[in-house]
Structures are given as structure tokens and as C-alpha cells.
Design a protein around this ligand. Structure first.
Ligand SMILES: Nc1ncnc2c1ncn2[C@@H]1O[C@H](COP(=O)(O)OP(=O)(O)O)[C@@H](O)[C@H]1O
Ligand SMILES: [Mg+2]
Length: 236
């Protein structure tokens, strides 16, 4: 496929996705009839109240879980047809994850945390060092590289997590409540970082229940009880 055709093809193509969990012998639906396309370069917020299915949807979009029903293509690849190993490779190469609780390894320095996914990818030592240092510099933490997470503030830890997410230059960043554990000023700084990354060409999907955060995205998808009830600003 030519580059132009690849860029016109949606990065994310979800059709009639459905998912539920077995609870006491009964299937409780959590996502229903989710269809959506997300294109390269979009900045999307997925909003909805607690329990509406946002994290379940993120797990599907991030290839951390596979939905019971429907189809999902990421960059043209049918996720359902891939082995666990291949899925792990796709996650590593195509998706940068950012979580509410940062999920940094406490015994590793900021630098080592950022370097780790590049090791999994078999990147050569020199290249890895350059990529990890560059991304820490990008989030303004060049001088804190050798600190462990416990020596950093919440905002700094989340910036390390962002550096880790972008170090391998994935096309897409997936963030689940990235500002949820931060005060509003620090949360706003994290959002400015996300805007900059979007301007550099990363596709960004942020899951949040905070409207002031969501309003900084170009497109807002609202889910309620596991269904898309609004999709505002789509189509770039
Ligand atoms: N592993 C699980 N097993 C059973 N129920 C789950 C599981 N994960 C989520 N749920 C249920 O699915 C619903 C949606 O959860 P979630 O996707 O975490 O929502 P949100 O992120 O919007 O708060 C909730 O009712 C939750 O209790
Ligand atoms: Mg959630």
C-alpha cells in the first residue's frame, strides 16, 4: 500500500463492537454496538460517567483485550486474527499507553523506565539511549533522568510516563484519565504536552470524565451505558 493510501485509511476502524463480563452466571453487557473511525492526526477525547465502559473500550483499542463481538482494525490489521505475540509487538510499536497512576516501575530511574519498552523492541543500546534522553528532554525532565519515581512529583511522574509512551515514536497515544491523579494546574500542563505531541503528528485518544480536559480535544466522543451517544467534531 502507498503511504498516501495508508494515511487515508483510518488508523482505528471499529465496527459493531460489543463486550460484556460474566457475573454470577449472567453476561452483563458493558459495550454495545460501538462503531467508530479515528484517523491519523486526530485528537480525540472519550468521555462518559464512571462505569460507562471507557476503560473497557480503551483496553480494546489498545489491544489489551479482544471484544466478544464486532471487528477492530488497527492500521488495517484485523486484531482478532493476530497471535498474542503479534499483539504484544503491535502494542509496543504502535501504541503509547499513559495511565492515571503512571504505572512506572519504582526501582528503576526515570531514564530506565523510559528505556524499558525500547529494550523489549530490541533497539540497539546507543539508539535507545538517544531516544530515551530525547523524550525525557521533550517533557522537560532532562535534569531528573536519574531519579526514581519516588523522588518525583505526581506531575513529573506522569511526564516520565508520557516520555515512555513517546520514546518509540508510536503513531498513537492512548491515555486513560491521564490527569485523574493530578491537581488542575499540573493536569493542564500535561494537557499542553499532549497538544504539542498532537501537533507533531501523534494521534491522541484521551479517556476522561473531566469536561475541561475533554474540551481541549478536537473531537469528543461521549459514551453512556456502553454506547456512543454523541460524536462531536469528527472528520478532519
Ligand atoms: N473485569 C471485569 N469484570 C467484571 N466487570 C467489569 C470488569 N471490568 C469492568 N467491569 C464493569 O464494566 C463496567 C464498565 O467499566 P469501565 O470500563 O471500567 O468503566 P469506566 O472506565 O467508564 O469507569 C462497570 O460496570 C464495571 O463494573
Ligand atoms: Mg475507567
Amino acid at each position: 500500500m502507498t503511504i498516501t493510501a495508508r494515511l487515508q485509511q483510518p488508523l482505528i476502524q471499529v465496527e459493531n463492537l460489543g463486550h460484556g463480563y460474566w457475573m454470577a452466571g449472567e453476561m452483563v453487557p458493558v459495550l454495545r454496538n460501538i462503531s467508530l473511525n479515528i484517523y491519523h492526526g486526530e485528537f480525540v477525547a472519550i468521555i462518559g460517567p464512571s462505569g460507562s465502559g471507557k476503560t473497557t473500550l480503551m483496553n480494546m483499542l489498545g489491544c489489551l483485550d479482544i471484544a466478544n463481538e464486532g471487528s477492530y482494525r488497527l492500521d488495517g490489521l484485523d486484531i482478532r486474527k493476530l497471535s498474542d505475540n503479534k499483539l504484544a509487538q503491535i502494542r509496543n510499536e504502535k501504541i503509547g499507553f499513559i495511565f492515571q497512576q503512571y504505572n512506572l516501575l519504582p526501582k528503576l530511574s526515570a531514564f530506565e523506565n523510559v528505556e524499558l519498552p525500547l529494550i523489549y523492541r530490541n533497539m540497539a543500546h546507543k539508539e535507545r539511549k538517544r531516544a530515551a534522553e530525547n523524550s525525557l528532554r521533550m517533557v522537560g525532565l532532562a535534569d531528573r533522568m536519574h531519579n526514581r519515581p519516588s523522588a518525583l512529583s505526581g506531575g513529573q511522574q506522569q511526564r516520565v510516563a508520557i516520555a515512555r509512551a513517546i520514546a518509540g515514536d508510536p503513531p498513537m497515544l492512548l491515555a486513560d484519565e491521564p490527569t485523574g491523579a493530578l491537581d488542575s494546574k499540573t493536569g493542564a500542563e500535561v494537557m499542553i504536552k499532549m497538544q504539542e505531541l498532537n501537533q507533531l503528528g501523534h494521534t491522541i485518544i484521551i479517556i476522561t470524565h473531566d469536561l475541561t480536559i475533554a474540551e481541549q480535544a478536537k473531537r469528543i466522543i461521549r459514551i453512556m451505558d456502553g454506547e456512543i451517544v454523541e460524536d462531536r467534531g469528527s472528520g478532519i
